[in-house]
Design a protein around this ligand. Sequence first.
Ligand code: ZN
Length: 175
Amino acid sequence: MGRTSNMTILKLVPESNPVLREPTSLVTDFGDSLQTIIDDMFETMYEVHGAGLAATQIGLDIRLAVIDVTSDQSQQLVLVNPEIIDTSGTQKMEMGCLSLPGYWAAIERSAWVKIRAQDRHGEFYEMEGEGILSEAFQHEIDHLDGVLFIDKLSGLKQKMVRQRAKKALKKHAQK
Ligand code: ZN
């Protein structure tokens, strides 16, 4: 996908926004407005150097996420109504979250997952992922279920992450 001038960088909602905490609604309309949202989500994700972005992070309570774990924007994955249908093994990888800037943590997750989702036109597909891709699938699908990765940390660590994120956001706002 080439960049065109009509793309928009979307605003990320703060971690305190309840939209990040609620399960999302299934996407049923694959029309123009969904296509625009998807394009803008990729643009936004690349702008902030993320590997994945869920619709909830931009304030939309719909079951949609975009992922690209490559460094050259060569594998754009659109996950509409995704579900994890199989898993195996465990791994712990350092990951951050665009909703909690400035913090990275290793969470125990499945080393391999298989997902079922729809593409941007509503076609169903299945895909397997391991390593960073497995991590991204689980992280983004968690978002669509109202779960943030810090939920899997201890209470003390969660507090620390929130304080750091708040500071990072403040810094960003002052620019
Ligand atoms: Zn995240």
